[in-house]
Design a binder for this molecule. Structure first.
Ligand code: HEM
Length: 373
């Protein structure tokens, strides 16, 4: 009797300690993983499948780039004023036959073709993944509509230096395809880009934060003759090299001549988007841009926070379940970053006068050439 009373006192004290110390209760899943909500258990095998089949063994390469870009193109189809789509609702997968025809979605058809068979293999059931009330052809009913955002979080985690992104489960079925002209294009002006982001509820600071994604990115469509040209010289890493290299005085194009949406780049084999360069120079965004350089922790925190908002645009978060703990923990990169060989501060097109430009050293060696991804 005394022992039972003692045991219950110990348990109560433990519960009180956990509550006051903010210790979160963990559930053990059949797979052996731990999570804070048992609804998330079903996702661990999905994460393994994505890592194996989409990201070729947890790699930071094309598959991961595709997944991150797709989550943006899905989510930004939204306006606080209505009439621009359901936001981060998976419509880019479910209504891919409509959305992939939009000009800004060049390459999306190919990405969807790669991702779709993998998502179908998940065979998940439950509110998030199977909704018989949708008017979607039976081929697509098993498609997890959150999968586009889970894949982005998992793919990004494969790039050393990235933050561990959030993932929220439980989106209702998308009602319709997002309309055309919601996705910014590299030919757009900064005003058009910022207006589009603002309409979706995202600030200029968040727009710059989201462009950290271009540190793990390359192009196929802006100049199709040089497919896979990366946007920075360390495309395999989530570092701030992209923000530095966009500011280097541009002198060349990676292919033959300029193309729509392309700006002169400083490094052989590297593509610079016109929109990225304009964002780096505009008074509304230039200091946010410069603040990222060699500031790994700040960049990670900014990107994580902006992605957390972007990936639930248009969703009622109170109905979603936080399954962020299914996202793998990324490998660390602490820097410092350096100027590519032969470059220094004299090559920088400085656009933010408010703060001194960060002091960086230069990598040794001859002028660099960046290889395609
Ligand atoms: C001003 C806004 C943006 C513009 C104009 C823009 C434009 C582009 C363009 C033109 C490409 C090359 C596509 C190709 O030719 O294959 C690209 C690639 C990419 N973008 Fe953006 N982007 C913007 C914002 C974002 C955001 C907010 C994200 C994610 C949060 C993102 C993630 C990516 C990724 C990961 C790639 C590489 C895709 C791949 O390799 O398939 N972009 N972007």
């Amino acid at each position: 009797m005394a022992i039972a009373r003692l045991a219950s006192i110990v348990l109560l004290s433990l519960a009180a300690y956990q509550a006051t110390a903010g210790v979160t209760r963990q559930v053990k899943c059949p797979s052996g993983h731990f999570t804070t909500n048992e609804k998330c258990c079903q996702l661990f095998p999905v994460v393994d499948l994505l890592q194996h089949e989409l990201f070729h063994g947890s790699k930071c390469e094309k598959g991961a780039h595709h997944a991150l870009r797709l989550s943006f193109h899905d989510a930004i189809g939204f306006s606080l004023n209505g009439g621009k789509g359901g936001g981060a609702d998976g419509s880019i997968l479910i209504f891919h036959d409509v959305e992939e025809k939009y000009h800004a979605n060049g390459g999306v058809a190919e990405i969807v073709r790669q991702q779709m068979p993998v998502f179908k293999k998940t065979n998940l059931t439950g509110g998030d993944l199977y909704d018989p009330s949708t008017k979607i052809s039976s081929t697509f009913v098993k498609l997890p509509r959150s999968s586009v955002h889970l894949a982005a979080a998992v793919g990004t985690s494969n790039c050393p230096g990235s933050p561990r992104l959030e993932f929220w489960l439980g989106r209702p079925a998308p009602a319709a395809a997002a309309p055309d002209k919601t996705i910014p294009e590299p030919t757009d002006s900064v005003t058009d880009i910022l207006n589009r982001f603002a309409e979706a509820g995202l600030s200029p600071r968040e727009a710059v934060a989201l462009l950290a994604s271009h540190t793990m990115a390359d192009q196929d469509r802006v100049d199709p003759t040089v497919e896979g040209t990366p946007f920075d010289s360390t495309v395999e890493r989530f570092d701030s090299q992209f923000f530095l290299e966009v500011l280097l005085n541009g002198t060349m194009y990676p292919g033959h001549g300029s193309h729509e949406g392309e700006a002169l780049s400083a490094i052989k084999g590297e593509m610079r988007l016109k929109s990225d360069f304009l964002m780096s120079q505009d008074p509304r965004t230039a200091c946010f841009w410069q603040a990222m350089i060699n500031n790994q922790k700040y960049m990670m925190a900014e990107f994580k926070a902006a992605m957390a908002r972007m990936q639930v645009l248009g969703q009622d978060v109170s109905t979603l379940t936080d399954c962020s703990d299914v996202v793998p923990v990324p490998r660390v990169f602490n820097g410092p970053i350096k100027y590519p060989p032969s470059f220094s501060e004299k090559d920088i097109v400085i656009a933010c006068a408010e703060t001194p430009f960060p002091s960086l050293s230069t990598q040794p060696g001859p002028p660099p050439t960046v290889s395609p991804v």
